[in-house]
Design a protein around this ligand. Sequence first.
Ligand code: NAP
Length: 263
Amino acid sequence: MSTTPEPARRVLVTGASSGIGAATVRRLRAEGFDVVAAARRLDRLEALAAETGAEAYALDVTDQGAVDDLVAHLEASGGLDGVVNNAGGAFGLDPVEDADVEQWQHMYELNVVGTLRVTQGVLPLLRAAAERRGGAEGAGADVVFVTSTAAHGAYEGGAGYTAAKHGERMLSTTLRWELAGEPIRVVEVAPGAVATEEFSLVRFDGDAAKAAAVYEGYQPLQAADVADVIGYALTRPPYVNIDLLVVRPRAQVHNSKVARTGV
Ligand code: NAP
């Protein structure tokens, strides 16, 4: 019997240059995974790579050619055992009546189509890795989707983001049905309010006061809390599939019901 140790599992994390993605890179490196950290801002990824030993890779998930190049790179450099589809975001908080069509298109392109591009691209690599690691009888591969509680309900002003996140959630759920019987897990992690440094700033187009107000008067989740959940899902025995994990701050019982104090 061979005593050669199994090589570390290699996971791609998209949207890794800040927030939940960066925290997930840290968490997965601490768990012993090889990690490819991808996003558009290479300088931030390189700092994270220097800190964690991950590989930095510049990627815009809305660019099909860039995703194709990433897949070719992954294939030529050892393949891939898992992907954390985390790149995403919200733009605006306007009622349907005043909604900005371009913001809606951008949210759909980033959260749904971008996630589709990456998932479609890496699936053959994941299947090959799962086969290499023992197929149906042994360890497999993983596809994680970071959706949101916005993928599970409505809130005023949120239709563009909730529509996109519902779309991403259906992509995740449908893929699980389609891969049934294959050694590939499909995991959805749906966080409530997470105080990441950029999510609300991006949503409110750089308005720091509006962004800060989202997290006032209660203890929101931190990026590391969500990374913890992702790390948990990826370190279960291979036959255990965490289909859906909803994680919210204790003070938030619904997207639009947050128990705030002192505000
Ligand atoms: P964040 O800090 O704004 O991070 C978003 C990440 O996505 C950044 O690394 C950004 O990096 C990357 N990104 C944006 N556009 C991209 C593109 N076209 N191609 C590749 N990467 C792109 O937000 P976060 O709070 O960590 O959110 C991460 C995920 O969790 C998102 O899917 C978000 O919808 C979801 N989520 C967030 C919350 C929350 O309250 N914060 C709650 C539930 C779910 P670059 O700009 O460098 O590309």
